[in-house]
Design a protein around this ligand. Structure first.
Ligand SMILES: Cc1ncc(C[n+]2csc(CCOP(=O)(O)OP(=O)(O)O)c2C)c(N)n1
Ligand SMILES: [Mg+2]
Length: 341
C-alpha cells in the first residue's frame, strides 16, 4: 500500500468531551510536575546516575495512550518517566526507582533508564539508543503469533532514527505485517546535535516508504492531534495491515540529561516554544474558553497533582536502600517460559 504523503491535519475539538479534555490535562500535568520534582531531587543529590526529563513532550505519550487499549504494549528509550506515568504505573514506584530504593519498580537496581511493568505492559526503559526498536517489533510479533489484536508502541528519538537497526526492523515488520507503531519522537535534538546537522532528508517518517510502510507527521504539541493520529495508526495495525510510522514533532525544554551545557540552542528558542506551543497551556486554554473549567477548578487539579507527586518523593526518600543480597537476584530468569501454542 502506498505511504501517506501529507502530514496529519490539525485536530478538531468538536468531538472531544469535557471529561476527555480534563483527563488529558491531568495526565500531562502529572508528568510535568513529576519531572520537575525529579529535577529537584537530582539537584539535592538524591538521584544518582543518568536522568533524562520529558518536560515539553507530554502530549506525545498522553495522546497515544488515549488511543491504546488494555493489553497494548509499549517500549521506549531512557527518556521514559512520562511513558510510565501515562500508561498508569505508580508514581511512587517510579520515583523510588529514581532514588535507587527497594520500593522502586526494579527494586532500586535499575534507576531512571531501566524500569519495567508486566502488569502495564511496559517493557522499558532502554539506555542503548535505538535498541528498543527491534524489541518493539518482537513484542508485536508475539501478539501476531498469539492471534490477538493488540498493538505495540515502539518509541524512539530523531537521533535513533538514523540507526541501521531501525531500518532492518522496518523491513521485517512490513514483511511480516507486524502490529507495531513506530513513534519517532522528533524533539529536534539528539544530545547537542540538531536534526538539521545530522539528517539530510528532514522528513523522518517518509523513509518508511522505502519499505512500503504508511505513516504521517503529527504536531506533538497538540494532544488532540496526537490522539487522532494514534487512532489512525492503531486502526491500521489492529486491522492486520502491518506497521505504521508516526513522526511526532515535539520539543524538550530541559537539557538532554541533567548535565547539559545547553550551548547548541538559544534561550530564546526554548522560551518561544514554552510561550507559544506549550501542550498543557493549549488544553488549559480550551478548557477555559469553552467554559469546561474555571481557573479555580484548574488550581484545585494542580494542587491534587502536586500532593500525589510530593507523596511519591516522600515515599522515594523513606523507602530503604536494597539489601546487599539483592545483588544476586534478578540476574537469570527464575522460570523458563514453556512453549504453549
Ligand atoms: C548506541 C548508543 N550510541 C550513543 C549513545 C549516547 N547517547 C545517548 S542519548 C543520545 C542521543 C539520542 O537522541 P534522540 O534519539 O534524538 O533521543 P532524545 O534524547 O532526543 O530523546 C546519544 C547519542 C547511546 N546511549 N547508545
Ligand atoms: Mg531527539
Amino acid at each position: 500500500m502506498a505511504p501517506r504523503k501529507s502530514p496529519s491535519k490539525p485536530a478538531s475539538q468538536a468531538n472531544v468531551s469535557k471529561d476527555e479534555l480534563l483527563a488529558y490535562y491531568k495526565d500531562m500535568l502529572l508528568i510535568r510536575r513529576f519531572e520537575e520534582k525529579a529535577g529537584q531531587l537530582y539537584g539535592m543529590g538524591l538521584i544518582g546516575g543518568f536522568c533524562h526529563l520529558y518536560i515539553g513532550q507530554e502530549a506525545v505519550v498522553v495522546g497515544l495512550e488515549a488511543a491504546a487499549k488494555e493489553g497494548d504494549k509499549r517500549v521506549t528509550s531512557y527518556r521514559d518517566h512520562g511513558h510510565m506515568l501515562a500508561c498508569g504505573m505508580d508514581p511512587n514506584g517510579v520515583m523510588a526507582e529514581l532514588t535507587g530504593r527497594e520500593g522502586g519498580y526494579s527494586k532500586g537496581k535499575g534507576g531512571s533508564m531501566h524500569m519495567f511493568s508486566k502488569e502495564k505492559h511496559f517493557y522499558g526503559g532502554h539506555g542503548i539508543v535505538g535498541a528498543q526498536v527491534p524489541i518493539g517489533a518482537g513484542l508485536a510479533f508475539s501478539d501476531k503469533y498469539k492471534g490477538n489484536d493488540n498493538v505495540t508502541f515502539a518509541y524512539f528519538g530523531d537521533g535513533a532514527a538514523n540507526q541501521g537497526q531501525v531500518y532492518e526492523t522496518y523491513n521485517m515488520a512490513e514483511l511480516w505485517d507486524l502490529p507495531v507503531i513506530f513513534v519517532i519522537e522528533n524533539n529536534q535534538y539528539a544530545m547537542g546535535t540538531s536534526v538539521a546537522r545530522s539528517t539530510k532528508s528532514p522528513s523522518l517518517w517518509e523513509r518508511g516508504a522505502a519499505y512500503g510502510i504508511e505513516g504521517e507527521e503529527v504536531d506533538g504539541m497538540d494532544v488532540l492531534a496526537v490522539k487522532e493520529a494514534g487512532e489512525r495508526a492503531v486502526a491500521h495495525c489492529r486491522a492486520g495491515k502491518g506497521p505504521y510510522i508516526l513522526e511526532v514533532k515535539t520539543y524538550r525544554y530541559r537539557g538532554h540529561s541533567m548535565s547539559d551545557p545547553a550551548k547548541y540552542r538559544t534561550r530564546e528558542e526554548v522560551q518561544k516554544m514554552r510561550e507559544e506551543r506549550d501542550p498543557i497551556e493549549a488544553v488549559r486554554s480550551i478548557l477555559l474558553t469553552g467554559n469546561h473549567a474555571t481557573e479555580d477548578d484548574l488550581k484545585a487539579i494542580d494542587k491534587d497533582i502536586k500532593s500525589v507527586v510530593n507523596a511519591s518523593a516522600e515515599f522515594a526518600k523513606e523507602s530503604p536502600e536494597p539489601a546487599l543480597d539483592e545483588l544476586w537476584t534478578d540476574i537469570y530468569a527464575d522460570e523458563i517460559p514453556q512453549h504453549t501454542a
